[in-house]
Ligand binder design. Structure first.
Ligand SMILES: Cc1ncc(COP(=O)(O)O)c(C=O)c1O
Ligand SMILES: [Zn+2]
Length: 393
């Protein structure tokens, strides 16, 4: 594993030391990127160390430990998830993140975050969450024997509440959205001695999520796809994957080619990024009355909106939003025709793929990766209600 050279602000580019736990840029409150000296790892021979690491037992996302911070991992087996080829669309691959521990991609970011929290000797963590991040943090914190304080909307999928409680987290259900939960954590953290691991308010969740970018490129034979569909709430995955692509190019590990178009997908009931993208804005506006069955996408004003919007434009991609009915109908379609029960967030990706094919933006020969960020089984209450299913009495 490389030593971290420094942390770099995503907004004003100032440098900070990684010797102690950091939050955001003290100058401008921008999110921080972890930077390394990657030069010793340049080239194809160094790239082969990944398979060697995996053979030595560094499995899951830790196969990429040569490009992750130097620390003893807190792991539950996250990463290296299946890349499923669609039965119907020859060039569409489903990245099945529901196969992660705690059933979502949040496992990657929070495994890395808790790994570093333990490395820095932190004892009490706090998180505002739309649901899956809370479940993942609770699991890794239990494994590292740390205290965790969770604030999430009272109407999260029931599985998120149950898992967090079972892992022993202190859970507060809030009558509001993730933005309200974030405010409570910000108000109380100093008094309570909590370290705030909110989306983009510490640098390591991006590092965990960047492994999705390494992984999709490796699973496609170290080649870029033409487009990546990503259901976007706070946007850490999008930001992490873009960072991975930059590193892969610096390392010379990816076959020369154009980076994929990044397609951010939201729900029409909460689409601040899609709206800002469409209007050519650099930041989003707070979305009023956010409501959607895709609970992970219910983020009314993402902290990293400025980074996401820049990435979407630089990649030549798009941000789109679909009504819940269309999301649900795509969920049913993939369950019946592909044998995969998507999360509502994942079904936003598949709905977007259908749409972009229909309007001719994508051709059938375009190679695409569709992210199913969570397992549909975490949403049985939500899906059953939306589909009008009840246990027969
Ligand atoms: C299943 C699922 N998909 C997507 C998202 C959005 O993720 P991000 O915050 O990385 O944009 C979430 C966030 O809670 C989620 O739980
Ligand atoms: Zn800054």
């Amino acid at each position: 594993m490389p030593k971290i050279s420094y942390l770099e602000c995503s907004r004003c580019q100032s440098h900070l030391s990684a010797e102690k736990a950091q939050t955001v840029c003290p100058q401008c409150a921008g999110a921080l990127y972890v930077r390394y000296d990657l030069s010793p790892l340049h080239g194809a021979t160094a790239r082969e160390t990944i398979t060697q690491e995996a053979e030595k037992g560094w499995s899951g996302m830790w196969r990429y430990r040569s490009v992750l911070p130097e620390a003893a991992p807190v792991t539950l087996g996250e990463g290296w998830t299946p890349m499923l080829r669609s039965r119907r669309y020859a060039n569409a691959y489903l990245k099945e993140e529901g196969a992660n521990p705690t059933g979502s991609f949040k496992a990657r970011g929070l495994a890395m975050c808790v790994t570093m929290a333990r490395h820095y000797g932190l004892k009490k963590l706090a998180i505002p969450s739309a649901g899956n991040a809370a479940g993942a943090l609770a699991a890794y914190a239990a494994s590292a024997r740390m205290e965790v304080n969770i604030f999430m909307p009272k109407d999260v999928p029931f599985a998120n509440y149950v898992e967090a409680r079972m892992y022993g987290a202190k859970v507060t259900l809030v009558d509001g959205l993730i933005s309200d939960c974030g405010r409570i954590v910000a108000e109380r953290k100093e008094r309570e001695g909590w370290f705030d691991v909110s989306t983009l308010k510490e640098p390591f969740r991006i590092e965990g999520k960047k492994t999705m970018g390494y992984e999709l490129v490796e699973q496609l034979g170290w080649e870029y796809p033409d487009a990546v569909f990503y259901p976007t709430g706070g946007g850490v995955g999008l930001i992490g994957m873009w960072k991975a692509f930059a590193e892969l190019e610096e390392l010379g590990w990816v076959k020369p080619g154009k980076r994929p178009k990044m397609i951010a997908v939201q729900s029409a009931g909460c689409a601040p990024v899609a709206k800002a993208f469409e209007e050519g804005e650099k930041v989003s506006q707070m979305w009023a009355n956010a409501a959607t069955i895709a609970s992970g996408l219910r983020v009314p004003k993402p902290y990293g909106d400025y980074i996401m919007l820049e990435i979407l434009r630089e990649s030549g991609g798009l941000a789109l939003a679909f009504p819940d009915e269309e999301i649900l109908s795509s969920l049913k379609d993939w369950a019946e025709n592909e044998g995969v029960l998507l999360s509502p967030e994942g079904a936003a990706s598949t709905a977007a793929y259908d749409h972009l094919q229909r309007i001719g933006y994508l051709k059938p020969e375009d190679r695409v990766v569709l992210f199913n960020t969570g397992a549909g089984l975490k949403y049985t209450d939500v899906i059953a209600e939306a589909a009008g299913l009840a246990r027969p009495s």
